[in-house]
Design a binder for this molecule. Sequence first.
Ligand SMILES: [Zn+2]
Length: 485
Amino acid sequence: MLNGYKFRLYPSPEQEPILLQWIGCQRLIYNAKVQEDRYFRRFQRRMVGTVGEDIPVDQQYSRFITAKTAFLRQVPSPVLRNGAVRWRQAYQRFFQKLSGRPKMKRKSGRQSVWLTSELFEFRPIVDDTPGAVCGYHLHVGTDKFPVGIIPYVAHRPHAVPASIYLAIEGGQWWLSFAAEDLTVTIPGKEGDAATERIAEDLRHLSADQLAERTLGGDRGIAKPLMTSDGHVFDLLPVQQTRIQKARRQHRRWQRRAARRKKGSQNQKKAYRKVAHSPQYEKNVRHEYAHQTSHALVVHAAYDLYVFENLPIQQMTKRPKAKKDAQGHFLPNGRAAKAGLNRAILASAWGQVVMFTRYKARRRGKLVITVPPQHSSQECAECTFTAPDNRPSQAAFVCQRCGHRDNADHNAARVIKKRGIQKLLSGEPLTTSRKTTRIFRTLGPERSEVTPGETHIRRAPSKTDMHRSQNQELRGVIRETPTSTR
Ligand SMILES: [Zn+2]
């Protein structure tokens, strides 16, 4: 099973400008390919002579090295080629209808360079005991363009990958790659087959045993996660106050940057602050998601975890603009929706489930998702479903059997029950997937392109579902003004 790794990287002051140059040159080739493609498509439409001719979707880049761009010769050629390969891979995804056409890469935000095996080497550090590898030195560069050993902090053991990304974000350098997972306790279990095998084992249990070994989780705004055994997973109060403070700082530096003289050093300094300030919140959310998912999977009592299948991307979209008959814009609740979106994203819903999924797989446990419709209005005891069951945001009172509970706890129990039903019904546990081909460069051969297969999930497009979800959540926001901001 492949696993993603992301480690802090510490290039020296001499190495940093070289890496930045590599990043810039790779981006230039990528953007040149994007522009060339636009040019060809525009003229194909207008000019008779080129109609019917194929627009080149290739990996060639030598035509971009001219007298004006002679600086491109100062970086190793695989850096440039990988820029063209990245563009081609993006185009492949577009052809598979998995994304839009490749767009120009911007100079702001996270910047990265993709290095294939001819540009780096993990040399093992051998301990006193012969044969034992206790780590690696990362050598970057070629004979002609040496960069040297770049220190990185491997906070867990890893295998040697086929390619790596070196990235800078908010002033911090990162090393990231995908490699074989060394910590899988049950080897050989991979993909859908593994999911089905674990599910089959669980189906042999009796209904009572299965109910004991299943944990449902309800994700909400007021409480990011509540489980069916009554546990609440939330950020620490000190983290919440610090996040609020960091957000105020962020806005303050945005204002300062806007008022400073355009293009001045002082404005650049202010923008550097703007780039740094969201880092704290991001780190806290990331840590929360890792700690929560770890706490869930290490619990010896549970083998099956059930969450709602929330289409977070669709739920956090901008609201549509409203216009009156004369074409003037009307209020569309944009500010309120922005607050709601921020609250949804801040509770790290997606990350918690994603992390739980892979951590559970390592231990031979299973995570499944169930449809979210009306899970907060359904009674966990008698399945009676009505909006009246929720007299307030926090309370649940069943209008038929009188069952009283905390609303989130009730919802977690409903989700757990739906998960068990789904498992026993035998319907496919993995959502329909679209298969795409990923082209990656392997081995010392310069331009060998090896097709490999991977699975990409696409969120279901059920607009009605999202609407009801959003309406429900908006009700939450109105009743708990503290969570908006
Ligand atoms: Zn009831």
